[in-house]
Ligand binder design. Structure first.
Ligand code: ADP
Ligand code: ZN
Length: 811
């Protein structure tokens, strides 16, 4: 008994403390900190991670269960990753088990089956153990523990453990199935050959007389580029099998079985290595080479300055020294060029962790990195946990992007996690951006050095940016209500005439942002969320962008019965319709959440743009990120003000970043480029500084606005979000949070201000009311409140309480 060893095991559950388990003799040499283990929890078996061995000797009277099995030959997590998880749990106030869960791919938590295999049945002459062995012999030598328990009508874990200890049997964990996602999918394709290019509007009218749903389906397909997966049409857009069949019956469409794109990066050769570095790039590379291990730098380089080449060169040198690297990008689907450049140089030493991987493939990629077979990981946010061996470099491209912050527990920020991990592993950290976030810019005085790439490669000038004041400039009247200035109209015509490409940004999807009754002023609001319903035309519906609620487009006002309902706030669908009619010869593509619902659809659209098969690309912020198309010579921002008035302290910062980023998509080729920005607030600092590409100017002025009242980076924040279906209970719980935080702050004399309780700006989402309390103050003091709260708020009945430290927004 005295030689027993114990393991503290964190389970992937919202509980704050690890559980203690006995380590059986036979597993002693395989259990260490970071190991995955199978343990009994109530009447199930779960996979957990050992956080400590030999920790506390448990009290005499508690019954301690034993570790059942150890699936991996080596601990899944290195000491550094384990320590990163512990830091994450502490900093964000999240249960350690959930932090660990975020770290390992889902497949590794999967329901592994534990098998018992007979080794030497003769060793146990009688009793329950012998019964089990006999039964196993009849089953061909092995069976799952679950099956055995079922057969003997009681849990056989203990008996199985005893058999294993005497060498009569062994316990084996079957790894989770390396599932392979289906290789083909059924899509519906429009038969456009009928009548050359499909029926005209007039023809459609007679063709679809009395068959409105079929017409909708036809137009939806047309809208989605001529084809769409059946599942998408049925499940997301709600077309019945009957309607689908009827359209095929009329010879207007057919169903095809097509191969799904498993991994568009797999077959692409990857962009070959770029030419010699420029002087500025060389200087940056040299500075990064002498950076102390564990330290970081911000590569502040204008759009098109060649930041990628700097990353690649630093990574190459790290690989030459036998070390590995992680490259984080905001979203894999939206940044195919960066990925293909990394693969172009490092080929099969790279593991691309993209969302198209099945759980099993993800686990395989993880193992390939863990074993050192692959040395470079590329992926979105969660790739910051990639188990790259001997990590030498971490790159965070487009560091200002909001996607680096996780929206569920643990609400980690990959930029912060990377800082911690880089320190632990002695890796160099490179943040890259043309428009750094205020948070990162503020770190320049503290723990980041600054490296500049002030000019575009080849000394190409930055594009000329012009603001068009929609209140005063002449508009094209025919296209009302779309705000479309004559100047932007002319610019599009000219660009198309020259055979060049244009991009049009409108950061609002759907057809119109809301429907209002001109008689009584009633606006159609989602019943489950406190936001207006968006008008969509394909198919014609009112849709909630938060919960997915859908209703047919109403014919009259639900309040006063008035027959005409007005649409307000144009979206990408409406813009697309206008542009199609106005520039009928232009080849058009639209990119937003609705056209990219299928895997890799962004990839296909962007490839078409790259190959010159698209003249006009219009879309939401999706088109603004990191793309490099030399033939794009015009960027038009249709309405720059869409996000300016959101009640959030980062709305100006987001607006400026979006404008500067989309502006950076042009002027990358020899023919130059220009940017026209339509706005009603040309005097706002988020717009003014875009004209001269004056990022510093914007950062300085925006920092001033964060001083009073203070907001990050001037102070630190934590947002405590209370939500639930009972509005009263939510308000009460929020008040309780405010009460005890006030008491705590006072008692310990912490430099923290407690704001609220107050309803969130988005007061209800998916039938849950939302209130919040905000802690504002010095970061370490906030940390103390967070740690205190973490113990208190877990699993309260009625209202759910979530702590969001360093929140991305306060909506
Ligand atoms: P950024 O990420 O800073 O916006 P990119 O890394 O996409 O810029 O580089 C912009 C363009 O310049 C790319 O087409 C890239 O291939 C090219 N480029 C980068 N470095 C060089 C170089 N040293 N010589 C020539 N072309 C380069
Ligand atoms: Zn809703």
């Amino acid at each position: 008994m005295s030689t027993s060893r114990f393991a503290q095991v964190a389970l992937p559950l919202p509980i704050s403390e690890p559980y203690t388990y006995r380590i059986p003799e036979s597993l002693l040499d395989r259990v260490s900190a970071g190991s995955r283990v199978v343990v009994p929890v109530r009447r199930r078996e779960l996979i957990g991670v050992v956080v400590e061995v030999d920790g506390e000797q448990p009290g005499q009277d508690v019954e301690i269960k034993s570790v059942l099995a150890v699936p991996d030959p080596e601990p899944a997590l290195t000491a550094e990753l384990l320590e990163t998880a512990v830091w994450m749990a502490g900093y964000y106030g999240a249960p350690l088990g959930l932090s660990l869960k975020a770290m390992l791919p889902g497949g590794m938590w999967g329901k592994s089956r534990v098998m018992i295999r007979s080794l030497d049945p003769g060793r146990v002459p009688g009793g329950f153990g012998a019964d089990i062995l006999q039964w196993l012999e009849r089953k061909g030598g092995q069976a799952s523990i679950a099956a055995a328990s079922k057969k003997f009508k009681k849990p056989v874990w203990d008996a199985a453990g005893r058999l294993a200890r005497v060498g009569a049997a062994e316990l084996v964990v079957e790894p989770p199935k390396t599932g392979v996602a289906p290789k083909t999918e059924r899509v519906m394709v429009l038969d456009r050959n009928k009548g050359g290019g499909g029926p005209t509007l007039v023809e459609r009218k007679s063709l679809f007389k009395n068959r409105p749903r079929q017409r909708e389906l036809y137009e939806t397909l047309d809208d989605l580029g001529g084809s769409a997966p059946l599942v998408h049409l049925k499940e997301r857009l709600g077309f019945s099998p009957g309607v689908l069949k009827a359209l095929v019956g009329h010879g207007l469409s057919r169903v095809e079985e097509i191969e799904t794109l498993r991994d568009p990066f797999a077959d692409e050769p990857g962009t070959p290595p770029p030419p010699q570095p420029t002087k500025a790039q060389d200087d940056a590379i040299d500075m990064l080479e002498v950076l102390d291990p564990g330290r970081g730098a911000l590569l502040f380089g204008v759009t098109g300055s060649g930041k990628t080449l700097v990353y690649l060169e630093v990574i190459r040198r790290a690989l030459d020294r036998g070390r590995g690297a992680i490259v984080l990008v905001p979203e894999i689907g939206l940044t195919p060029q960066t990925v293909s450049r990394v693969r172009g140089i490092f080929g099969d030493r790279v593991a691309v962790l993209h969302s198209g991987l099945s759980e099993g493939e993800r686990a395989d990629a993880w193992r390939a990195l863990r074993s050192g077979e692959r040395r470079v990981a590329v992926g979105a946010r969660s790739a910051v946990f990639a188990p790259v061996q001997d990590l030498g470099v971490v790159v965070i491209d487009e560091e200002h992007e909001a996607t680096y912050k996780n929206a569920e527990t643990p609400r980690y920020d990959a930029r912060q996690v990377a800082t911690v991990r880089a320190k632990l592993e002695g890796a160099r950290l490179i943040y890259g951006s043309a428009t750094p976030s205020l948070d990162t810019a503020a770190r320049l005085d503290k723990d980041l050095i600054r490296l500049n790439l002030p000019d575009r490669v080849g000394m190409r000038p930055m594009p000329q940016v012009k603001l068009i004041d929609l209140r005063h400039e002449p508009l094209v009247e025919e296209v009302r209500p779309i705000p479309w200035s004559q100047e932007l109209d002319r610019a599009v015509v000219e660009t198309l005439a020259r055979g060049e490409q244009a991009m049009l940004l409108l950061n609002r999807r759907g057809f119109a942002s809301f429907l209002i009754c001109p008689e009584c002023g009633d606006v159609w609001i989602c019943g489950r969320c406190s936001i207006s319903l968006t008008v969509h035309t394909a198919p014609p519906t009112l849709r909630c962008h938060y919960c997915g609620y859908e209703a047919p487009l109403p014919k009259e006002c639900r309040e006063c019965g008035h027959a005409i309902q007005r649409m307000r706030g144009i979206g990408t669908q409406q813009l697309e319709r206008m542009v199609t009619e106005r520039f009928p010869k232009a080849r058009l593509a639209r990119m937003d959440l609705d056209t990219t619902s299928t895997k890799w659809s962004h990839h296909k659209i962007l490839n078409a743009v790259e190959r010159g098969e698209v003249d006009l690309l219009l879309g939401t912020q999706m088109i603004a990120k990191g793309l490099d198309f030399p033939n794009v010579t015009l960027v038009g921002v249709v309405d720059a003000d869409t996000a300016l008035y959101l009640p959030d302290f980062r709305s100006a910062e987001r607006t400026f970043q979006l404008l500067a980023q989309v502006a950076g998509r042009t002027g990358r080729g020899p023919t130059g480029g220009r940017v026209l920005v339509q706005t009603r607030r040309p005097d706002h600092h988020a717009l003014r500084y875009t004209v001269d590409h004056d990022v510093e100017g914007f950062l300085a002025e925006e920092l001033e606005t964060r001083k009073s009242p203070p907001y990050p980076p001037v102070v630190a924040l934590a947002n405590v979000l209370v939500s639930g279906t009972d509005e009263n209970a939510v308000g009460l719980e929020a008040a309780r949070v405010a009460d005890w935080s006030n008491a705590l702050v006072e008692e310990r004399d912490l430099p923290v201000t407690v704001l609220g309780p107050a309803p969130c700006p988005l007061a209800k989402i998916k039938d849950r009311w939302r209130w919040h309390v905000v802690w504002k103050g010095e970061s370490q003091a906030i940390g103390r409140v967070v740690r205190y709260a973490a113990e208190r708020v877990a699993g309260k009945g009625g209202a759910r309480v979530v702590i969001d430290r360093d929140p991305a927004s306060l909506l």
